[in-house]
Write a protein that binds this ligand. Structure first.
Ligand code: ADP
Ligand code: MG
Length: 403
C-alpha cells in the first residue's frame, strides 16, 4: 500500500464566513436515553473549536446506533447535541436540526452565522447513508462549502457521509480534508504500520479470536512478540490439544489458529499464551475461583482471567518493549474478581519505556477503570477502524482524503 499524503485543516486556508460539513463519530453508548460515556464527544471538540475560531459555521453530522434506515425516537441526535453544548462550556449552543431534505433544515443551515453549530438528525435514519447513495450524499453536499471528516471510528465504512459525499465535494471543486482527531489516528497508527521502534510487542485479548484473525495475521508480519490472553487464548490452547474445561472456544476456528501458529514460526515472532488462569464456574461476583495451569483447566470450570504468573511473564516482555499495541482485555474485567489480569497488564504497559497505543472500546474502558489513561501515548477511538487500519487495508474514509 502506498499511502498518499493526508489533507488536513492546514490546507483549508481562510474559512471565515464559510459553511463546513463536519462528519464526526458521536455514536455514543446510550442507556435509558442518556449518554453512558461521552468520550467520543470530548474527542470531537478540538476540531470543532478550531473551525469555529477560524470563523466557519458548522453543520455537524453523525450516526447513532443502528436504526437501519428508519427514524427511531430513541436514536435522535438531540441528546448528543445537548451534551456537546454542555461540553463546549458556553462557547456555542448546538442547534439540533432535521434530515438534509427537509425545508426547515435547509433554512436553519442558511441562517448559520460564523461560529454557529447545527447538528443534523441521525444520518442512518435515511437508508441512503449505509447504501452510500450518491443522491443522499448530494443532499448533504448542498449544505456546505467544504467537507471535514473527523469520524475515524467510521472510516472503514463506505457510507454516504464518509465516501460518496467527499467524492462529490471534490468533484465540484470543494475541499475535503481530515479533522484533527482523524489526523492524529492516522499519524499514530501509521507509525505502528511503518517503522515502529523495536522490540514491538502486541498484546491481544478479548472475547473472540474470529473478530481479530485479520489483524493478528497482519501483526505477525510486523511485531517481535505477540502476547495472547482473554477468551481468544482458549481457542489457541484447545487447538494444541490442551484441556481448557468449559472456557470459550471457537471450534470452527481451530484450523485458522493453527495457521496463525505456523505463520508466527515462519516469521520468527514469539507468541506467548497464558501459563495460568483464574477459573470459575461462571463470571459472577461471588463464585468460588481458583488459579490453575492454563493447559489443565478442570472440566467443570472456565478460564475467566489470566493468572499472576502470566501477568509476570507478559510483564517482563512488555518491560523490554519500545512499542506496545494493546487490544482486548485479558479477562472478564467487568466482573471485579476477574479484573486483576487486565489491570496488571495495563499497569505493565503504563510503566514500560515504550510508545504505547491501546485500541478497542472495552480495552479503553479497562484502562480508564484502572485510572491509567494518562500513562498511554494514545487511546485509539476507532474500534473496527483501528483494527482494519492496522491490517494495512485502505479505508474508504481515509483514501478519499489523501492526495
Ligand atoms: P475490545 O472492545 O477492547 O476490542 P473485545 O470486544 O474484543 O475487546 O473483548 C472484550 C470482551 O471480552 C469483554 O466483554 C470481556 O469480558 C471478554 N472476555 C475477555 N476474556 C474473557 C474470557 N476469558 N472469557 C469470557 N469473556 C472474556
Ligand atoms: Mg468490544
Amino acid at each position: 500500500m502506498t499511502a498518499g499524503r493526508l489533507r488536513t485543516l492546514d490546507e483549508l486556508g481562510d474559512v471565515g464566513g464559510t459553511r463546513m460539513f463536519l462528519r464526526v463519530d458521536l455514536n455514543v453508548p446510550l442507556s435509558d436515553g442518556s449518554i453512558a460515556d461521552d468520550s467520543r464527544i470530548v474527542a470531537a471538540i478540538p476540531t470543532i473549536d478550531e473551525l469555529r475560531e477560524r470563523g466557519a459555521a458548522l453543520v455537524v453530522a453523525t450516526h447513532l446506533g443502528r436504526p437501519k434506515g428508519i427514524p427511531k425516537d430513541d436514536l435522535r441526535t438531540r441528546v448528543v447535541a445537548d451534551a456537546l453544548t454542555g461540553l463546549l462550556g458556553g462557547r456555542a449552543a448546538v442547534q439540533a436540526i432535521g434530515m438534509p431534505d427537509e425545508h426547515e433544515t435547509i433554512d436553519a443551515v442558511g441562517r448559520l452565522a460564523p461560529g454557529d453549530i447545527a447538528m443534523l438528525e441521525n444520518l442512518r435514519f435515511d437508508p441512503g447513508e449505509e447504501a452510500n447513495d450518491p443522491r443522499f450524499a448530494g443532499r448533504l453536499a448542498e449544505l456546505a462549502d467544504a467537507y471535514v471528516d473527523d469520524a475515524f471510528g467510521a472510516a472503514h465504512r463506505a457510507h454516504a457521509s464518509i465516501a460518496a459525499l467527499p467524492e462529490l465535494m471534490l468533484a465540484s471543486g470543494r475541499p475535503a480534508v481530515a479533522g484533527r482527531l482523524l489526523q492524529k489516528e492516522v499519524e499514530v497508527l501509521g507509525r505502528l504500520l511503518h517503522g515502529p521502534e523495536r522490540p514491538y510487542v502486541a498484546v491481544l485479548g478479548g472475547a473472540k479470536v474470529s473478530d481479530k484473525l485479520g489483524v493478528i495475521d497482519a501483526l505477525l508480519h510486523r511485531v517481535d512478540h505477540i502476547l495472547i490472553g482473554g477468551a481468544m487464548a482458549f481457542t489457541l490452547l484447545a487447538a494444541e490439544g490442551s484441556s481448557v474445561g468449559r472456557s470459550l472456544v471457537e471450534h470452527d476456528r481451530v484450523k485458522d489458529v493453527r495457521g496463525i501458529r505456523r505463520t508466527a514460526e515462519a516469521e520468527g515472532v514469539r507468541m506467548e499464551l497464558p501459563t495460568d488462569v483464574v477459573a470459575a464456574a461462571e463470571p459472577a461476583l461471588d463464585v468460588p475461583r481458583i488459579t490453575v495451569p492454563a493447559r489443565a483447566i478442570p472440566d467443570d470450570l472456565m478460564g475467566l482471567d489470566v493468572g499472576p504468573s502470566t501477568v509476570e511473564a507478559f510483564g517482563r516482555i512488555i518491560a523490554d518493549a519500545r512499542t506496545v499495541l494493546w487490544n482486548g482485555p485479558m479477562g472478564v474485567f467487568e466482573v471485579e474478581p476477574f479484573s486483576a489480569g487486565t489491570r496488571g497488564i495495563a499497569l505493565a504497559i503504563a510503566r514500560a519505556n515504550a510508545y504505547s497505543v491501546v485500541g478497542g472500546g472495552d480495552s479503553i474502558a479497562a484502562v480508564r477503570q484502572a485510572g491509567l489513561e494518562g500513562s498511554f501515548d494514545h487511546l485509539s477511538t476507532g474500534g473496527g477502524a483501528s483494527l482494519e487500519f492496522l491490517e494495512g487495508r485502505p479505508l474508504p474514509g481515509i483514501t478519499i482524503l489523501e492526495d
